[in-house]
Design a protein around this ligand. Structure first.
Ligand code: 3HC
Ligand code: NAI
Length: 693
């Protein structure tokens, strides 16, 4: 049983005890009911207090039970709340730290609520694609009003308990330890004559509920277009104006509908995927970590500047090293400009700007970085330059310093071999702009120490990145997969599509930006340079020639005002260009291809399944340790639509059998060699399984 029962001087205390956050799983629910029964049967008990052990009152329903029989096994949370509401003895919730979702709903089922200051109060279900399903949409409006409740339920954001002072949500808000205060409150309540208040008996009043709800419905529809939950939340909250039991029934219907939607599955997958990414199978959670109090960054260019800002934002001093004073000055000026821009937008105070800049220092000498705990290299992408830098770092860095490279394509094992301490070398692949993008690929070399990995994962959390571990391979997880996606995009042009159609189809699927608009943003010359290098290193890999022809036209993208599309000064909107489209059509002719009409469905399948196939190979090779890691890379670094949950979950939702069928069909078409299915897909499809089980 994951709830404890104790009697303290006539007051029964039921303590939820289900680490880490007292999720209301089946055994905890059972424990509460058993505690209530004991309390009601014991004549010496006058009142009941419900609280949570450890770091939460309760984080809500146990999300791990969703879509399993345990979720609906009696007593459900509804039944637990009914037992509490039917109690003849007063029940007081002692809320502290965190009361979220079902946790808050449980508290709302009690007669009274005492909270400690600073406790985080939320109904965050919408973030998991569902709505509060244990009366939250009916009871919260009854205690804090329709508008405030709707706002909390539709955003899911936490609010500190003291903000509810004066509402019926809390009867008392205390400084310090809440349990003694709640026990004292319960004793008083027991001495007063009943009946004790129930939230369900209150009425929701609003001067213009209809107008307000119509406005809320429209706003939500515009903001949350790919997600059904926010709209359903509005409907459920609107039902709080009806008799309580009718509202509860409508809430239940909404919940049952949402919990089975692919969008909810995607959001829950992302929630657990983010937490799972920080767990590395062979690196136990108690692995000792190194102290990171001072960071050095080598190179003050695009990436070096952005990387530095992450640490400055987290209050960690950074020293930047360059070869020339001008480069340092340029880099520092860019950092300052970025901060000043945030200050202008009101996102940062001027004081904070100065505080952060105050943590930044610069140098031209390796002597000054000797005492850094973590050194991140972000110099030119050339093995020779990396060699010079890492040899120097090996000479000067203090023993135990972590030496990281931000390389996006080079072999981290080779970089490590330039030092006599390969165990201290690791890849930290930030994405541009490094101060904005959430993703950090942590590249694990063959010899990277476990404590180094554990430390880097901890540092990533501190600088608010989603860190995913990748093995060493060409392109790591993200870029290796995107290459297959880009190849398909090029082949689609050869066969009959134009950039605009491809971009629109995949953007309609939900990608933030299609491959051609993305190429224009990143610079088509970067891919051109990589392909030229590949032509020497790996001559077997084939690409559509259209991207090279585009670069030969001098169309490098937004930076030259012309790429796959035209751009007007100060306007990022892409305008299709007739010469580019002519070049594409001519190229098909040159290849002897009769262009055909390609459906949007085929475009989406080919782009997304190309990611899936490469992702499966990455899993097979152990480059990624789990499918959800790949999904986190794509959700946080590549604009993959969140409501689809990432390429691997999407493939699971389509069904690997269907994915395999499509791949085998495409294998018979143009450049069919790219469609050799990963053995893992064949195996899982035959077993009727998915990447995520
Ligand atoms: N159920 C199951 N496990 C949960 C959980 C939940 N509701 N909430 C958190 N956890 C787990 C996490 O997966 C993680 O597990 P791990 O250590 O094995 O990786 C662990 O608890 C700690 O989580 P965090 O790393 O997020 O810890 P923090 O201290 O940073 O945050 C928190 C704690 C604020 C509670 C945060 O975890 C959170 O926001 N949780 C989600 C809360 C939520 O969405 N509740 C609603 C659930 S749905 C519901 O109640 C339905 C009802 O209306 C019927
Ligand atoms: P950049 O050209 O903007 O900056 C490189 C900086 O390194 C320059 O300021 C240069 O003066 C400095 N530098 C060169 N040699 C040096 C040396 N020996 N010692 C000290 N400083 C030296 O390049 P960018 O874009 O910042 O890339 C840096 C690294 O980050 C590369 O390895 C690149 O592959 C990687 N990367 C780049 C991304 C991007 O989108 N630009 C994304 C992810 C990784």
């Amino acid at each position: 049983m994951t709830a404890q029962y104790q009697v303290q001087d006539g007051i029964a205390v039921i303590t939820l005890d289900n680490p880490p956050v007292n999720g209301l799983g089946h055994s905890t629910r059972l424990g509460i009911v058993e505690g209530m029964t004991r309390a009601l049967d014991d004549a010496a008990v006058k009142a009941v207090v419900i609280t949570g052990a450890g770091k939460a009152f309760s984080g809500g329903a146990d999300i791990r039970e969703f879509n399993t029989p345990k979720a609906t096994q009696e007593p459900t949370l509804h039944s637990v709340i009914k037992v509490i509401e039917n109690s003849t003895k007063p029940v007081v919730a002692a809320v502290h730290s965190v009361a979220m979702g079902g946790g808050l709903e449980l508290a709302l089922g009690c007669n009274y609520r005492v909270a400690s200051k600073g406790a985080q109060i939320a109904l965050p279900e919408v973030k998991l694609g569902i709505l509060p399903g244990a009366g939250g949409t009916q009871r919260l409006p009854r205690v804090i009003g329709l508008e405030a409740a709707l706002n909390m339920i539709v955003t899911g954001n936490p609010v500190p308990s003291e903000k509810f002072a004066g509402t019926k949500l809390f009867d008392e808000i205390v400084d310090g330890d809440v349990l003694p205060a709640a026990i004292a409150f319960a004793r008083n309540a027991a001495s007063a004559s009943g009946p004790h208040p129930k939230v369900r008996d209150l009425k929701v009043r609003h001067e213009n509920a209809e107008g307000f709800l119509a406005f809320a419905k429209n706003t939500v529809a515009a903001v949350a277009k790919n997600f059904p939950a926010p709209g359903k939340c509005v409907e459920a909250v609107a039902a709080s104006l009806k008799p309580f039991d009718e509202g509860l029934r409508l809430e239940r219907e909404g919940f049952m509908f949402l919990v089975n939607t692919p969008e909810s599955r995607a959001l829950r997958h992302a929630f657990f995927g983010e937490r799972a990414a920080s767990k590395i199978p062979d690196v136990p959670s108690d692995t000792p970590t190194r102290k990171i109090e001072k960071v050095a960054v080598i190179g003050a260019g695009t990436m070096g500047g952005g990387i530095s800002m992450n640490f400055l934002n987290a209050g960690i001093p950074v020293i930047v090293l360059e070869t020339k004073q001008e480069a340092l000055e340029r880099g520092v000026a860019t950092i300052r400009r970025n901060y000043e821009n945030s200050a202008k937008k009101g996102k940062l105070t001027q004081e904070k700007v100065e505080q952060r800049m105050g943590l930044l220092s610069t140098t031209l000498s390796y002597d000054d970085i000797k005492d850094a705990d973590l050194i991140i290299e972000a110099v030119f992408e050339e093995m020779g330059v990396k060699e010079t830098v890492f040899k120097k770092l090996d000479e000067v860095a203090k023993p135990g310093a972590i030496l990281a490279s931000n390389t996006s394509t080079l072999d981290v094992n080779k970089i490590a071999s330039f030092t006599k301490r390969p165990q201290d070398v690791v890849g930290m692949h930030f994405f541009s702009p490094a101060n904005v993008m959430k993703l950090l690929e942590v590249v694990r070399g063959d010899k990277t120490g476990k404590d180094v990995l554990a430390t880097v994962m901890q540092v990533a959390k501190k600088i608010k990145k989603t860190a995913v571990v990748s093995g060493v391979c060409d392109g790591f997880i993200g870029n290796r997969m995107i290459e297959q996606y880009s190849r398909q995009a090029g082949y689609l042009l050869d066969e009959g599509a134009l950039p605009e159609q491809v971009d629109k189809a995949i953007e309609k699927f939900g990608f933030a930006m299609g491959p051609f608009r993305m190429g224009d943003l990143a610079g088509n010359d970067i891919g051109w340079a990589i392909r030229k290098r590949r032509a020497v290193e790996k001559p077997d890999i084939q690409y559509s020639k259209t991207a090279d022809l585009l670069c030969e036209m001098g169309r490098f993208g937004q930076k030259t005002g012309a790429g796959w599309y035209d751009y007007k000064p100060g306007d990022r909107k892409p305008y299709p260009n007739p010469q580019v489209n002519e070049m594409i059509v001519q190229h098909s002719k040159d290849l002897g291809i009769t262009r055909r009409k390609i459906s949007d469905e085929e475009i989406v399948e080919r782009l997304v399944y190309a990611l899936v196939n490469e992702g499966a190979k990455i899993l097979e090779e152990g480059i990624a340790s789990k499918a959800s890691d790949i999904d986190m890379v794509y959700l946080t670094g590549y604009g993959f639509p969140l409501h689809r949950g990432g390429p691997m979950l999407y493939a699971d939702q389509v069904g690997l059998f269907n994915v395999l069928q499509a791949m085998q069909r495409y294998a018979k078409g143009y450049h069919g060699e790219a469609w050799e299915p990963a053995p893992l897909i064949k195996k899982l499809a035959a077993e009727g399984k998915g990447f995520n089980g």
